[in-house]
Design a protein around this ligand. Sequence first.
Ligand code: SF4
Length: 485
Amino acid sequence: MLTTHPFDDDRLHEECGVFGVHGSDSAAAIVALGLHALQHRGQEAAGITSYDGREFHTHRAMGHVAGNFDRDDVIRGLGGRIACGHVRYSTTGETALRNVQPLFAELSSGGFAIAHNGNISNAMKLKRELIRRGSIFHCSSDTEVIIHLVATSSYRTLIDRFIDALRQVEGAYSLVVMTPEGMIACRDPLGIRPLVMGRLGDATIFASETVALDVVGAEFVRHVEPGELVIVSDAGAKSVRPFAPTRARPCIFEHVYFSRPDSVADGQSVYSVRKAIGAELARERPVEVDYVIPVPDSGVPAAIGYAQESGVPFELGIIRSHYVGRTFIQPADNIRHLGVKLKHNANRALLSGKRIVLIDDSIVRGTTSIKIVQMMRDAGATEVHMRIASPPTRHSCFYGVDTPERAKLLAARMSVEEMAAHINADSLAFVSVDGLYRALGEGGRSTSPSHCDACFTGDYPTSLTDHDDVAVPDQFALLDERVLA
Ligand code: SF4
């Protein structure tokens, strides 16, 4: 297993990030920079496709953007004023170069390249039907289903075929598509995955997060709205809304963990929301300690919020080395442990003899929490409490986020009390679902929630045709959370 840092092996992984440029002589180079800023959304593979007015060019590679797309020869080979790219963390489709996006196909209307963030939750059913009708699939990615639906649609224009295809898919998709006519960016009717639009000189930019606009020097224009298609050609941009209006349900986990803290997600600063979650946590689950310690790096904003609200000093009890690159985590536990020490070390002089509360963003399997708590105890902390800036993750995600099967989620197997004993913490508590919504500026979770929160509540906002075995949602379990003294 290849991860960016050892603590990542017990995190939810965002499946993908997408980036597109229409109307720049440096289109591919800008896409490469944009993908670099979105690297946290997918570290398994990256790809860029460009169109030079006559031909499409594609380069795809396993691994990071840096090292693959910072080479002159690669960028020179991706000519043209229009390009799109993708970073990937695999959930659907095995790890193989042929699954790396953008995917490309020659259709009757010409070339068609597609980069997808999300997951089609009825892809298996559609694929079976398409294969029965004669379609031949080249990879195991759910995204290829969209290509075949476009290819086999009986509508005349490409846009109508594309809309016809999207009307048949369920689940989450933020797409950037390239054709000889230009670029199409779109978001599923619920807007589960993010997508923003920017401008750089005369060029139109699309990106999964605003941070990628910042990094390439583009100005933020607006979010692509849920259910909207933005169609960009040399004649300009136009917006189409082919779906019946519905209440959007963007992914709440973007605010908790996925998005970079310097992004703005659906109009809200991710950093500010994370601090507000930390403040909620301090109000809901106070504890008498000497220091508030963040689990780096994703726990930092919530820990700042917790410290400011509680008045307990914020200190760095875990020091991260910035000079350790990618770490190959060996499967053997003793080698894994070495990997953790290489990248993160306890600040022994600070921790010795102190009572601390660790702030982390989430607990998935619990393996990382066990190591961190032990690391704090080994460094001399006399009490180690843990507070989590999200509710317990009790359900799998079917919308493009790599969650383990439900049986491997610690919170699906254990009560909060059992989890605390399992990770050997003096106390453990999670922010409530209502607290999470309050951090977003709402009064709490309403009966018609503003976000997808299914991994906490089991309330999936779409049908899950390919996942009929999903357990019946158990929202009442959330009422049983208790602080352990
Ligand atoms: S299930 Fe969780 S991670 Fe998946 S889209 Fe919904 S809130 Fe996000």
